[in-house]
Write a protein that binds this ligand. Structure first.
Ligand code: HEM
Length: 576
């Protein structure tokens, strides 16, 4: 086997190191509790003499000589990895303590590795320990300074040029290698949600409903189903996948219109894109940025992202061309009928660059990333919670029947949406237990910021709030361990604040959709979709857990949360 012959025996290479002063290394990176200046740490007054180093030197040379080229390459890469971690700038809130170390001896790499699966434990113990003070958790790629929510009212006044949500998001996606940089360059995808979708919410919910009706017999098994047949006895189903399909159809209808919303290639893409993008970014974050030019090419999920984007171009291109032709025909005075799609609005309101095919196709794909899994998880989690607390099925069903009676079967979202108050309250409670993320909102400090009480946030610092812990703090939610789905319903009616405590509204205690001007711009549409799907499911079907199963546990990948992908439910058609 070929081995490396590094140093001729008795070479003087090692003696070159004897002049180095150990304190030049940033040992605190390995463990921040390790302070070279602490008086209880003693170093010998003199470094060993050259003759004393000879046995070590022989050992090292023998070791290096025995290595194969590939072993050496792995060791070299590991060395560079550690070195670059030491040199990488990881700004944090000044004087905020690091949290998550098991002892002062534990290397940072171990803490970062534990964060991948134990972020919940680390953040929760930090929240309990520091409560009113900032602390720092360590992810492979970034240190996140977790701030108490007492700062939120002050922080929300900073514009996104100083505290940026989108920059935090694209860093999470490792933008340079996942084609998401365009989210920073233009906010067209946010403007369309704020100025068009939310401004005309009930109109778009009604449009989405037509697609729900189309997809219902295709995605939800039923006795007279076209593809899937559900007899009147119990059948085990993958409820999460069903919900993803329905939500993908509804989103496609409002974004791209007919017939693209029936294009299976687009529907598949809009479900897969999030998974591929998340996996690619998650893998990339494990490696230091200087390795990305190499590692990015070794990550299969990134190729899938690329492939998805090529497919998106293939589908979006003809739609853009069609709209351009329609505009030209309208200018000539022709009467042209078009679907009222968000894509058309984006084309009409976007500049030349935003209207380039690659940009538009990527932006549409990013919108699927933000909207489909989050919303479908919302419905699936409500069903999981209902099956764990089945006494609430009838309460929600009664409300739906009442609303249908009150509105005389009116199907317009404007009528039914605000009346499903108990379902709204149930969703808020379900989200309290099952947030999609443990640290929200996340912001990147673009400039240095000093808060009123002197807390200093250097430029480049990632800050966030422990949304899940805040909402589950007894000070925010009395008896937080009790699943009480009518909490916000009672709050509204007891205080007379009928327009408050609703799903989708954010405040400093409820950050499930983020906070401030940069809060989720699709949240009201998401809540409407969730209510629309759940109401129909509850009216037509019964649900329960398979024999011996109970509420599935949540999985964690860094601070992201998702329900057990293998969880199943039993469903059967209701005999009404
Ligand atoms: C239950 C469903 C959803 C949940 C839980 C959710 C949650 C969130 C959260 C926590 C944020 C970060 C906000 C912040 O930093 O303050 C966010 C951002 C965002 N969401 Fe949602 N979301 C949902 C549905 C949707 C839908 C349906 C859409 C699109 C129609 C959407 C589009 C976006 C976009 C574009 C952003 C980025 C905003 C920005 O960069 O300023 N979301 N969402």
């Amino acid at each position: 086997m070929a081995t490396l012959n590094f140093f001729p025996k008795n070479s003087s290479v090692l003696s070159h190191f004897s002049h180095l002063n150990i304190s030049q290394f940033n040992i605190s990176h390995f463990n921040p509790h390790f302070n070279l200046n602490q008086s209880h740490i003693h170093f010998p007054k003199h470094f060993p003499k050259q003759e004393q180093l000879i046995p070590i030197k022989t050992l090292v040379t023998d070791f290096l000589d025995s290595l194969t080229y590939s072993q050496f390459a792995v060791i070299l890469l590991g060395f560079c990895w550690i070195l670059s971690s030491l040199l990488q700038k990881r700004p944090k809130v000044l004087n905020a303590p690091f949290h998550g170390y098991r002892s002062w001896l534990e290397p940072t790499f171990f803490v970062q590795t534990r964060y991948v699966t134990s972020a919940r434990k680390i953040i929760t113990s930090g929240y309990q320990k520091y409560k009113d003070k900032p602390f720092v958790v360590r992810r492979y790629d970034v240190d996140i300074s977790v701030l108490p929510n007492k700062y939120l009212n002050e922080l929300r006044l900073y514009p996104n040029t100083k505290l940026s949500g989108v920059k935090a998001q694209v860093r999470n996606l490792v933008d340079k290698w996942t084609y998401t940089t365009l989210m920073i360059e233009s906010n067209l995808h946010i403007r369309v949600l704020q100025n068009k979708l939310t401004a005309e919410l009930t109109k778009y919910l009604d449009i989405a409903k037509t697609e729900l009706e189309y997809g219902w017999p295709l995605d939800i098994p039923q006795p007279e189903g076209k593809l899937l047949r559900l007899p009147f006895y119990w059948v085990e189903v993958d409820i999460q996948q069903m919900m993803r399909m329905l939500v993908a159809r509804m989103s496609a209808k409002i974004f791209l219109g007919y017939p693209a919303c029936r294009n299976m290639e687009w529907l598949k893409l809009s479900i897969d894109f999030s998974i591929d993008m998340f996996t690619a970014a998650f893998m990339l974050r494990m490696f230091p940025p200087w390795t990305h030019p190499i590692t990015a090419h070794l990550i299969p999920a990134r190729y899938k992202v690329k492939k998805n984007l090529r497919t998106a171009e293939k589908i979006i291109g003809p739609l853009m061309e069609k709209h351009r032709q329609a505009l030209a025909a309208k200018e000539k005075g022709d009467d042209v009928q078009e679907d009222d799609t968000l894509l058309n609005w984006m084309m009409d309101n976007g500049n030349e660059k935003e209207n380039q095919l690659f940009e538009m196709a990527t932006r549409q794909s990013i919108l699927t990333l933000a909207s489909i899994h989050t919303t479908s998880m919302g419905v699936a989690n409500m069903l999981f919670d209902l099956c764990a607390h089945p006494e609430w099925f009838d309460v929600l069903r009664e409300e739906i029947v009442e609303v249908l009676a009150e509105t005389k079967g009116e199907v317009k979202a404007k009528e039914w949406l605000p009346r499903l108050e108990k379902m709204d309250s149930f969703f808020v409670e379900s989200q309290r237990y099952n947030p999609p993320i443990l640290l929200a909102p996340q912001r990147l400090a673009v400039v240095p910021i000093t808060l009123k009480d002197g807390t200093h946030i250097p430029a480049g610092t990632r800050i966030a709030c422990a949304n899940h812990n805040i909402l589950n703090d007894p000070l925010t939610t009395p008896n937080p361990d009790q699943f009480d789905p009518m909490r916000s319903y009672r709050k509204r009616h007891e205080s007379g604040e009928l327009n408050k405590h609703l799903a989708g509204q954010t405040d400093k205690d409820n950050l499930s959709f983020g906070h401030g001007k940069q809060a989720c711009p699709g949240r009201y549409f998401a809540v409407g979709e969730i209510k629309m799907i759940l109401a129909r499911l509850l009216l037509e079907f019964e649900f329960k857990y398979p024999e011996g199963k109970s509420r599935p546990r949540n999985f964690y990948a860094d601070e992201n949360v998702f329900p057990d992908p293998w969880a199943r439910l039993m469903m059967r058609k209701r005999r009404t």
